[in-house]
Design a protein around this ligand. Structure first.
Ligand code: 5GP
Ligand code: MN
Length: 360
């Protein structure tokens, strides 16, 4: 079971008891774990008579809207309403940062979050958290997701008393959805505590089938059509065992691809025996967003940190290359860069640590 420090729980109780308005933030480009954990905490705090708001740098993909359904009125996106987002942070008596290991992960919101003078609580499962900038920290890396960590934090709260049935139903659903996306539906980063969480949540009434249907049974046809094209024509496998796929703007436009619709693509090449690391690069206006997955023994995190201005977990990481600064030459220039750096990385056998690293 996950060990949650009683003194941190006491500190979190003090923060909640001393607050009327609370801001909840997560990393930019929010994924299912970020949205799931934020929404779960929002519902829990609402039940405590606190007035919580979720502030995000940018919008979540439509495919995750079912998680946010009951929370939309309390969610503010900086890119659409920068002044409102800043005012929420400034007017908060406490701030919770979820699923982000540093303020920088919230892009332009990071500064305001970091500067706020109120108590700040971090709940996160990434490597290298900025712990000294928070008054209370729940940080674990040997856990599936922030949603799972938050579940055990809530379970340890005195009013929940170890009974998942005392966590509000909307929060239970959001936690299950968040954990499910971050584990890729129990395929990666699963620990005994992850199954315990799922088991307790299902016993408490969570409808897992409905969540699976919403997550994996509601895509538009375009996603599968693009997936077919990527695997057939756009996946390159290098001699060193790196597979990479680039979705540039013309390709995304051809298939009318929206945010979130390439979720899971990066995992597929790792189904090939000789592929040791997989990269997916998606073009945006000013940058390429990078997703990296690796086999055990190869650090996606180190690769992301060294070559892609990013980080994450041992086997699942991400980053970015800014056009004109980090990369030039369009899609061909990007392909050449990826081949060169993955060749160097894999030939050197660079690892975060020597020897076996647990999942993450
Ligand atoms: P994904 O490939 O699913 O977008 O991200 C995989 C993991 O890498 C996630 O845990 C995510 O938080 C982390 N990650 C993605 N992009 C970045 C980035 O730009 N910087 C850092 N530090 N981590 C990232
Ligand atoms: Mn996460």
């Amino acid at each position: 079971m996950v060990n949650i420090s009683p003194s941190s729980i006491q500190a979190m109780c003090d923060v909640i008891n001393g607050a009327d308005k609370v801001a909840i933030a997560a990393h930019a480009h929010p994924d299912g774990d970020a949205i799931g954990s934020c929404v779960a905490l929002l519902h829990y705090l609402r039940g405590k008579g606190v007035h919580p708001s979720i502030v995000l740098y940018d919008r979540w993909p439509d495919s995750l809207s079912f998680i946010a359904a009951g929370a939309k009125d309390a969610m503010t996106v900086y890119e659409s309403e920068p002044e409102k987002a800043a005012a929420i942070i400034e007017g908060s008596d406490a701030i919770f940062c979820l699923d982000m290991n540093s303020f920088g992960r919230a892009e332009a919101l990071g500064d305001a979050l970091g500067k706020a003078a109120c108590p700040k609580v971090l709940i996160d499962h990434h490597l290298n958290p900025e712990t000294d900038r928070f008054s209370t920290v729940f940080s674990m890396t040997e856990i599936s997701s922030t949603s799972e960590l938050l579940y055990y934090v809530l379970l340890a709260m005195p009013d929940v008393g170890g009974d998942a049935g005392n966590i509000p139903a909307e929060a239970r659903n959001a936690l299950m959805a968040g954990m499910t996306t971050d584990t890729n539906n129990f395929a990666n980063s699963v620990y005994p505590s992850t199954f315990s969480m799922a088991s307790m949540l299902i016993a408490a009434g969570v409808d897992r089938d409905a969540i699976i249907e919403s997550l994996y049974g509601c895509y538009r046809e375009n996603r599968l059509r693009l997936m077919g094209t990527m695997l057939k024509d756009r996946m390159t496998i290098t001699a060193e065992g790196a597979a990479y796929m680039i979705i540039d703007k013309p390709l995304a436009a051809e298939f009318d691809i929206r945010d979130g619709e390439t979720e899971g693509f990066v995992n597929m090449p790792l189904g090939i025996r000789d592929v040791r690391m997989s990269l997916l690069l998606r073009e945006e206006d000013d940058r390429y967003r990078v997703s990296i997955r690796s086999r055990r023994g190869i650090s996606a995190n180190l690769c992301a940190k060294t070559y892609f201005n990013g980080g994450g977990h041992e086997l699942a990481a991400g980053g970015k290359l800014v056009k004109g600064k980090d990369i030039s030459g369009g899609t061909a220039g990007l392909a050449a860069y990826v081949e060169s750096v993955t060749g160097e990385f894999l030939a050197g056998g660079r690892k975060e640590n020597n020897g076996f690293q647990g999942n993450h």
